[in-house]
Design a protein around this ligand. Sequence first.
Ligand SMILES: Cc1ncc(COP(=O)(O)O)c(C=O)c1O
Length: 463
Amino acid sequence: MSRSAHPAGPRHADVLPEGHYAAPPADLNTLDPKVWAQTVERGADGVVTVGGIPVTRIAEEFGTPAYVLDEADFRARARAWRDAFGQDADVFYAGKAFLSRAVVRWLDEEGLNLDVCSGTELATALSAGMPADRIAFHGNNKSAAEIERAVHAGVGRIVLDSFQEIVRVAHIAQSLGRRQRVQIRITVGVEAHTHEFIATAHEDQKFGIPLAGGQAAEAVRRALRLDGLELIGIHSHIGSQIFDMSGFEVAAHRVVGLLKDIRDEHGVELPEIDLGGGLGIAYTSDDDPREPHEIAKALTEIVSRECEAAKLRTPRISVEPGRAVVGPTAFTLYEVGTVKPLDGLRTYVSVDGGMSDNIRTALYDAEYSVALVSRTSDAEPMLVRVVGKHCESGDIVVKDAFLPADLAPGDLIAVPATGAYCRSMASNYNHALRPPVLAVADGEARVIVRRETEDDLLRLDVG
Ligand SMILES: Cc1ncc(COP(=O)(O)O)c(C=O)c1O
C-alpha cells in the first residue's frame, strides 16, 4: 500500500516517526462513504448521524463504547450478495464475523444461509429460527456432542475437516438413523490476503485435508464408502480480506481438478463446490473492495471455465462471506479520555474501550480509520494513535490516523468498519464489560446485544 508522510502541524516534528501514514485528508470533517455504513452522515449541526440518529443521543442513551450497526445497510449488503449469486448458487453468511439472534432473523428474511462453527453458534442460529437445512456446520475439532446436535437438528451440511471426523460423523449419523449431507474441506496450497496470494506450501495449517500427496482423494474415497454420509461437494477457503481474485482462480482450478479425478475414479460428479469466504472490505480510504456482483461474475466464470475444460457439469457454487456482509455496517463509538501529546512523536488518544472490543489491530496489525463525530472542527490535523485503557502497551485501536488538534476529553470519536470480528472476538481483559451492539433502523436505535454488567462477570466467579 503506498502511503506518504505528511507534516502534521506545529504540535509535531517535521520528521514523523516511522510508520504508515496517509496524508491528512484536506478536510477532517468529511466522512469517506467507502468506510462508513450507508446511512452515516454529518448533520448540519456537525454531529454525525446514523439512520437519522445523532451519535450524541446514542452515547447519552446507551453509553460508550458501543458498536452501532446500520440494519438497513446490513440487509442491503445481504441482499446484494444473494442477488449477485442468483438462483444457481448459495450464499452462506459466516456467523463467526458477528452473530446474534437479530442478525439470524435478518439473514433468514433476506434469504441467506448461515455458516456456523461451534455448537453454541448453532444453538444461536436455531434459537432464532434459522431453518436447520440452511445451516452449514464447520470446525476443525467438532466434539461428538456438537456433531450429534447438528445431525439431530438436520443441518444442511457438515463440512468435514479430518480423516477422524469422516468416521465420527458417519458413525453418529448412522446411530441416529440419518444420512448426513457433507462436504470435505481441502487445502489447495493457496493462501490469499488482500492484494496477494501465495500458491505454495500452505497445507501447513490446522484446517482441511491437503490436496497434496493424494490425501484429499483418499478422504473422498473413505467418505463415499460410508453409509452415514452423503458426500455433496468439496470445500476450500483460502484466506481473508482478499481483493485479488487470482487466488480463487488457482483454488477453483485445483478443486475442479479433484472433482475430475473423483469422476474418473468413482464415476460420480459431485454436485457442489464451496469457495469459502475472505472477500475484503474498506477499512481505510486506500482499500478498494469489489462489489458482490463483480465477485459473483468472476467466481462463476472461473468455475464454469474450469469445468468446461475438465468436461464436467458445472457444480452448484456456494460462498461464505462474513466480513464483506457485516464489516462495513457498524462503527464503534468511543468517548475520548486522556489526550497525551508526545513531543516529536505523536499524540496518544485514549478511549474508554480498546483491545477488549477490537483485538484486530493487535492481532493482525489491522488498519482502521477514525473520525471526530460529536462535532466538527477547523483545527489543524494532528497525528494520533488511538489506544485503549488496558494494561498492555499493544492496546492499540487505530495505529496511525489524523484527528483535529483541538480534540479533548469528552469528545466522541468513531472507528468505522468494525462490524466483523470485533464483538465476536471481544474479551473481558482487565474485566472489561463487553460493549452492546445497537441496531439502528427507521430512526430508532435498539439493543440487540446488551452491554455486560458487573453482575454478569461476578456471576461467573463462583469461588
Ligand atoms: C471456512 C470459512 N468460511 C468463511 C469465513 C469467513 O471469512 P470472511 O469473514 O473473511 O469472509 C472463514 C473465516 O475465517 C472461514 O474460515
